[in-house]
Design a protein around this ligand. Sequence first.
Ligand code: PAF
Length: 281
Amino acid sequence: MNVLRTIEEARKRSRAAGSRGARVGLVPTMGALHEGHLSLIRAAKAKSDIVAASIFVNPTQFGPNEDFARYPRDLDRDLGLLEREGVDFVFVPSVEEMYPEQGVTWITVEGLSERLCGKSRPGHFRGVATVVAKLFNIVSPDLAFFGQKDAAQVAIIRRIVRDLNMPVQIEVVPIVRESDGLALSSRNAYLNPEQRKDALVLFGALNGVRELFEKGERGSAALIRAAKADFERIPAVRLDYFEIVDPDDLTPVTAINKRSLVAVAAFLGGTRLIDNIVLEP
Ligand code: PAF
């Protein structure tokens, strides 16, 4: 497995693969890899000839009071995991390599960037969209793999690919969960044992909504009310949002009459977790 630190090296490696007619699949990550990331790698292996991953904790998608500085980093462990999965090359740029001077060009997906996590994390999706576009320009993948857990991120990336005619196919891989239902996240490492227990309310509330939906409830207001009642029972967890939206443009739906995304974000102390399910009548 090649570990490439510069844009030039990554571009050369990917172009060489492309010129042989190989399909390159890219898995962009911020490291601190877990089974969720490895499921992306396995999906990429199944669909691509060459699998590339990137590890870059992207400063532009963190707000000033967020966890950029303490975001978990363990490059040796991550590289070991990627090597074991048979990744062909990993792009591990420094912040200076990706942002050599104060950049003034950003990608903002109007409307979508301010919905769901974008509401409480202003600038987050602008940072995500911009770094993903940069990675696509550097690696030129034929396919790129993202997790369903970041459903709003998926909607935004699909939109930039469509609006900017990027020649890359976006593949979305299902959420991987712990045996008790907690969605895997690099940020789960921040939770103390009490918070780890409380965190189950996210998936619990989503499941509650699914049960009501399966019994015939379609109204978003009633479904959201039931979910919020679950959160009220655990005061240590502060709900950021619980919304039912169109999965493509992230606008709220009043009733689940078509495929809809039920998305939640909540704080456990300083740790913000997200989760979602998709319901289809
Ligand atoms: O999902 C992530 O880990 C990040 O948002 C991504 C897509 C790697 C961009 O930094």
